[in-house]
Design a protein around this ligand. Structure first.
Ligand SMILES: Cc1ncc(COP(=O)(O)O)c(C=O)c1O
Length: 287
């Protein structure tokens, strides 16, 4: 594996060991930036327009001008992909408010910092898909703009570590007695044959994979509802799923050590997982 891959920084492609950012960069000082993660199958980005749309929404949310139009982003992402020696990738891109004298208020006339890298796409293992994964739960104490994909991720980092500390895959969060999301995934449940997903409000990231599951459910005639999900409903659900660009859809086996439903992937999960796999090559071809 190449340990010095080509990355993109402010107009240049260069080995990652040579990519340098100022210590005054507001991404470093304040976490003042936004990012995207785009999965790439066989060198074709999956749902790129959706990711670029969400990037624009995140930039709007932090009042930072988009440094490029979608066409330029598209070309740059494809160029980065072409420079990697592996086919299935996970493109990470971030835009920060640039380097400036430390002061909370926005600096004037400062160019944003644009950074991109691409790592091999590491999907869940066959065992994880087959048997589901353990998760823990916690009260959601993050800020109230979880709809923005910002690089300020300390809340999510601490939640994910809670899971890692006990060998779990994710930390599923509840706010005021209702399901929000997990530290790096959306969460959906199944009750009585219906998929139930929390609404896309300020408390969760509008996941691209979350949207994909809605589309695939509609196509497959799987009943789906979007509404608040109480903690009791979540804990006693027949199935619970995680969704994200790098997990696709993944069933939860246990929450805080107690089985969800039958303690493994249920029939609705298997249908959704299959729908996802069926869509991957076609969508990847469309790019
Ligand atoms: C907090 C959070 N929620 C949800 C998601 C899922 O979003 P997507 O499906 O666009 O990857 C992510 C992705 O990393 C995330 O970090």
């Amino acid at each position: 594996m190449n340990d010095d891959p080509i990355v993109y920084l402010n107009g240049d492609f260069l080995p990652s060991s040579q990519a340098k950012v100022s210590v005054l960069d507001r991404g470093f000082i304040y976490g003042d930036g936004v990012y995207e993660v785009i999965p790439v199958y066989h060198r074709a980005p999956f749902r790129m327009p959706h990711h670029l749309k969400r990037l624009q929404q995140s930039l709007n949310g932090i009042r930072l001008a988009n440094p490029m139009d979608d066409e330029a982003w598209d070309a740059l992402v494809r160029d980065l992909i072409a420079r990697q020696p592996f086919d299935d990738q996970s493109v990470y891109l971030q835009v920060t408010r640039g380097a400036a004298k430390r002061d909370h208020a926005f600096p004037k006339g400062v160019a944003p910092t644009v950074f991109m890298m691409s790592n091999p796409l590491v999907l869940p293992t066959r065992d994880q898909v087959e048997f589901g994964v353990p998760v823990v739960s916690a009260d959601d104490n993050r800020w109230l703009r979880c709809d923005l994909k910002t690089t300020s991720l300390l809340g999510n980092v601490l939640m994910r570590q809670r899971a890692a500390d006990v060998g779990a895959v994710e930390c599923v969060m509840f706010r005021d007695g209702h399901l929000t999301e997990a530290s790096a995934s959306n969460v959906l449940i199944v009750r009585g044959g219906t998929i139930v997903a929390p609404p896309k409000d300020n408390q969760i990231l509008p996941g691209i994979t979350y949207d994909a599951t809605h589309e695939f459910a509609r196509e497959a005639g799987m009943p789906m509802e979007v509404r608040p999900v109480s903690r009791d409903e979540a804990i006693s659900a027949d199935e619970m799923w995680l969704s994200s660009s790098t997990k696709e859809v993944l069933a939860v086996s246990t929450l805080d050590g107690k089985p969800i439903g039958g303690g493994g992937p249920g029939p609705m999960f298997r249908r959704m997982y299959q729908a996802f796999q069926n869509h991957k090559p076609a969508a990847a071809r469309r790019g």
